[in-house]
Design a protein around this ligand. Sequence first.
Ligand code: ARG
Length: 244
Amino acid sequence: MKKVVKLLGVLMLMLCFAFTANGAEKKEKLYVGTNAEFPPFEYLEEGKVVGFDIDFINAIGEVMGKEIVVKDMSFDGLLPALQTNKVDVVVAGMTATEERKKAVNFSQPYYSANQVIILAEGNNDIKDFADLKGKKVAVMLGFTGDVVVSEMEDVKVERFNAAYAGIMALQNGKVDAVVLDSETANNYVAKNSGLKLAEGKGEAEDYAIAVKKSDAKLLEEINAAIDQIKADGTFGKIIEKHFN
Ligand code: ARG
């Protein structure tokens, strides 16, 4: 009898430890870099960073058992922040380009977009990218649109730090066109009067999560988590919430 009581006591003590250990255990943090000027992927709402990418990475964090901490910064500062360990991943509607792949690894793609041309409603002489010749074209510093337009001959490129600044320049007649990712362009055209999209579209681009080259395990975990949220319907729900 004495032995049983002793055993019970030990068992209860062990249980107690297990519970306090669990309760005290803090979730590991995953630091996420983004640039919240890219609706509907990431933007500020009452000072908070929200959008598709934020719901997406939170769902991934849920699967991985990690707490997501979002850090908002300039777009061209994102990959340097990743390289210098200020963030663990970058989720920013970032296109997995060959150039960037030299510096970082990308997860499996999660969204497909292309560059489009935003025009003032009354502009009928720009139909496609070739028509940008001789025109003043706004792009955002370091975006793929910047790369595409900068490679074209005879285009006067005006670089802005954020998409809305380019849109404002277009509205004020300071530029003839803005080249931007399709989904964000749709968003600005829908929310501002007097704007439209040109018919021509650029090549398809894949958005993916950027991870440091040395973080092979993290990349694997993220890809597995994306598989899971795609399979269990979570991903579909997030798509529906932001794109319908
Ligand atoms: N897809 C484009 C790129 O990778 C634009 C991304 C802009 N994203 C942002 N969060 N500002 O260059």
